[in-house]
Write a protein that binds this ligand. Structure first.
Ligand code: GRF
Length: 207
């Protein structure tokens, strides 16, 4: 069983999709060993507790500086002995030491078709605001491995979603979640857990 830790900052609907897929047997060979959030009052931690998954809160605000937080964060993660770390709407930058320690074992979901609308400043609703501002007709979501760059790691999966007339950022965000994120993130975890994907020359290869 692949020991899997999920890191979240917000409501955790992606986390819920992962939990549901594991419980329904759609994602196999995965044990959810912990949910980590930087925000104590988020629904995500409640979702974890409701399903008997250990919930952990660790926030940069509780540390004197970023280096001390990074050290403590990595130590917490290590305690859980993960084989896979899933960033499901996690708004904290992953410390370089953690990327080094867990190379090609950290995956992230991003709510656009990378390389569009990604990188510094593109998170949460802002991604959808920018897509609507630009007038794109198709957007979507991407699951990728995490490397030292911002949204630059090898792409595991992408799914396109249509933009419709009259969309607001909120409406588009919901459609991207329902039609893409909640589908491709659990699928990517299942692919990883069952040895169907690997990284070669900086690209994801399906076996
Ligand atoms: C998702 O859109 C995710 O792609 C983005 O933040 C949002 C998190 O939503 N990075 P939730 O907490 O999973 O509901």
């Amino acid at each position: 069983m692949l020991r899997t830790v999920v890191c979240v900052s917000g409501g955790g609907t992606n986390l819920q999709a992962i939990i549901d897929a594991v419980e329904a047997g759609k994602v196999t060979n995965v044990e959810l060993v912990g949910v980590i959030s930087n925000n104590r009052n988020v629904k995500s931690l409640e979702r974890a507790r409701n399903h008997g998954i250990p919930d952990i809160c660790i926030s940069p605000k509780d540390f004197e500086n970023r280096d001390l937080f990074n050290e403590a964060f990595l130590a917490k993660v290590k305690e859980l002995k993960p084989d896979l770390i899933v960033l499901a709407g996690f708004l904290v930058t992953i410390p370089p030491a953690m990327v080094k320690e867990y190379g090609n074992r950290i995956i992230n979901i991003h709510p656009s078709l990378i390389p569009s609308f990604c990188g510094v400043g593109y998170y949460g609703l802002k991604v959808h605001e920018k897509a609507l501002e630009r007038g794109v007709k198709v957007t979507g979501a991407t699951v990728h491995f995490v490397n030292d760059g911002m949204d630059e790691g090898p792409i595991i999966a992408q799914k396109a979603v249509c933009v419709e007339d009259g969309d607001t950022p909120e409406v588009l965000q919901k459609r991207v979640m329902e039609q893409a994120e909640w589908i491709i993130l659990p699928q990517a975890i299942d692919d990883f857990a069952n040895g169907r994907i690997t990284v070669a020359d900086g690209k994801v290869v399906r076996k």
